[in-house]
Write a protein that binds this ligand. Structure first.
Ligand code: NI
Length: 180
């Protein structure tokens, strides 16, 4: 197991379009170890998703998982999912605004409109075809990670940069925290 270094906003790798993975590569021990490392890295930093460019590998791969996440305590569970060479289709016309963060933009949040539902096709970690029909938070995570593979980060998608907020101020001014 290895925790990989996460690229932060400003690193050029986050702005490149990631290359497709050759399906022949998927079964190799090196590739499988890289996927395991991506999962470990996502969990280490309490991410709900991680795209390969965020760990300096410009490849069309992302992982996601939500299980009682301290960064998103209200978020519904998302099973551990790995998608290689993802393609998004049937994106709903309806968009929903919600707060979003990113491990490459630490300690910040912003309100991002995202399609409410979509279909994501690609390959799973065994190289088998995968189709995910998702909505709500899962659809949001997939759009966020897919964006990373195109060289986009969430502030590019914000309609109003005035909601861009440091986490500390987010807790102070933007959420009602009944536990404090
Ligand atoms: Ni991100």
């Amino acid at each position: 197991m290895a925790i990989l270094k996460v690229a932060r906003l400003g690193h050029p790798v986050l702005r490149q379009k990631a290359a497709n993975v050759d399906p022949k590569e998927i079964g190799t021990p090196e590739f499988q170890r890289f996927l395991d490392d991506m999962v470990d890295t996502m969990r280490e930093y309490d991410g709900v998703g991680l795209a390969a460019p965020q760990v300096h590998a410009s490849k069309q791969i992302f992982v996601c998982e939500v299980e009682k996440n301290p960064r998103y305590p209200e978020a519904p569970s998302v099973p551990l999912t790995c998608v290689i060479n993802p393609v998004l289709k049937d994106l709903s016309d309806k968009k929903v605004p919600m707060w979003e963060g990113c491990l490459s933009i630490p300690d910040m949040r912003g309100v991002v409109p995202r399609h409410e539902s979509l279909i994501c096709e690609g390959l799973d970690r065994k190289g088998k075809p995968l189709t995910l029909e998702v909505s709500g938070f899962f659809a949001r995570v997939i759009q966020h990670e897919w964006d990373h593979l195109q060289g986009h980060v969430y502030p590019d998608r914000m309609k109003d940069l005035r909601t861009l907020t440091f986490l500390q101020e987010f807790g102070r001014y933007w959420v009602d925290d009944e536990e404090d």
